[in-house]
Design a protein around this ligand. Sequence first.
Ligand code: ATP
Length: 313
Amino acid sequence: MTKGTIVVDHLVKTYKDKFTAVNDVSFTVGKGECFAFLGPNGAGKSTTVKVLTTLSRLTSGSVTISGIDVDEDPEKVRWEIGVVLQDTGLDSNLTARELLELQGRIFHLSGKEASFRAEELLAVVGLTEEADRTSKKFSGGMKRRLDLAMTLVHRPGILFLDEPTTGLDPLNRKSIWKEIRRLNREEGTTVFLTTQYLEEADELADQIQIISGGKIVAGGTPAELKQSIGKDVISMQFVSETEAKKAREVLNKRDVFLIENDIRVTEEKASAALPVILRELQEFGLEPAALSVAEPTLDDVFIQVTGSSEGAS
Ligand SMILES: Nc1ncnc2c1ncn2[C@@H]1O[C@H](COP(=O)(O)OP(=O)(O)OP(=O)(O)O)[C@@H](O)[C@H]1O
């Protein structure tokens, strides 16, 4: 059974200016899986999503969605998927209910079916009370929930969400997470999500792939990725960036990373390394203002494999 699956095999996408944004990317998403695609800005996430959702043609390799080849039959693929892109911005004079009914008609529902489905989805995303307000006046969180409802009208087996919670406050973010989890766990919808929030991937995903410079640099379950570092992370905070930079210089023979006033040192065994590190710093008159030792987080994995702290929130 291939329904609800995504198979990406040696995908390459080169733009007209000869820039290769996606370079030999392969992965498989099983039916009912929640897959998170992570990477720093410009890594190739949106380009991949565009190819998978038939908005852009691939250069070489192959992609099948529910067993259908995106290059050979993009029209058929569109019936299998729901897509929420960044900033679709439903700035319409139509009400939420009207937009949902219209979407139903686009997907060939009868007037009665479209109206029933609209009512159902308004309840699913918690917008029943706002149903007859024009969507133009909605808040960012409400627009995002309406976006999600719009993509669910034709009951897609696979849902693509491009940065679904960017710009939302924590409360709205949690409510979108809840809805994604419900669709994934209760309805068996396959979810493909790109995000810059590692916490979001950790919370929702069964499988994570990290892309950087157009290539996959790491992949696995959140637990596997964290275990792949297999070391302790010592975080030390300094009173200023200048001091943190000095500390990085002093410790430059170790596996050390600087983020503003904070430096992170990865060590096999923090308990053994820490007294030595503190002594080395003391010799240069440096003392951390705060210190903690932790098991690796997805932030640490991201920093290690992409060399960037950009996605680390
Ligand atoms: N139409 C285009 N023509 C040429 N180059 C492009 C085009 N679209 C994107 N690129 C380039 O391809 C690379 C990957 O871009 P892409 O938008 O896929 O990255 P991304 O991982 O989604 O980044 P972000 O997190 O910033 O959205 C970037 O270097 C970008 O400048």
